[in-house]
Design a protein around this ligand. Sequence first.
Ligand code: ADP
Ligand code: NI
Length: 220
Amino acid sequence: MSTFVIKINKIKMDDKILESARQFVEIQLKNTEPGHDYSHAMRVLQNVEKICLKEKCDVLIVRLAAILHDVADAKFHNGDEDKAIEIAKSFLESISVGNEIIEHVLFIIRHISYRKGIPPRMTPELAIVQDADRLDAIGAIGIARAFSYGGFMRRPLHDFDIIPNTEPSLKQPNTINHFYEKLLKIKDMMNTNTAKEIAEGRHEFLLLYLQHFYKEALGD
Ligand code: ADP
Ligand code: NI
């Protein structure tokens, strides 16, 4: 039988529940857009591990939510925001976890997204998984994900005819503008101090990247 082993900061953990969630998500997310794939789920899990070293929480809940949170992103399911909940619910009911855990994991999946605005209440577990997910949208990985999604949507890399706008209202979106709409705002949206600290370095890298991007794009 295979085991789920997390080896981060020398923590090793074998856990049948998490291993079955990992396998489930690996299959569910085969052939998805690379910015929202299985490797994203695993990076969010890694981020959660880091944050959990310093912030108090129920670790089983945050780990399960990290693994399952993007099991069916609405953007790739005709805008259906309930699809991920439905799939995660039926998976969680098929393994032996209690109802309270299922409810909390589903609550996190429902409210994790930037798009859905302020959640009705904040729990330490939602705060942590939300931060872990947002960390993966900035820094070097965040840049890769943004251009992956932009390519998937057939968007131009940039458009010098459009002055960078912080509101996502452009008629002709381009990926560099997404930095201004969203990525550069993320560091100030972190819930936990641990994630805030990690976000600082990743934010600096976004700024440096933009400097190089403009320089090269302007033929400097
Ligand atoms: P969330 O679900 O957390 O609100 P999204 O699913 O919108 O976040 O974003 C997930 C990833 O997809 C991020 O890395 C984000 O930068 C990227 N992404 C989302 N919208 C765009 C866009 N319009 N252009 C480029 N990347 C995008
Ligand atoms: Ni995500």
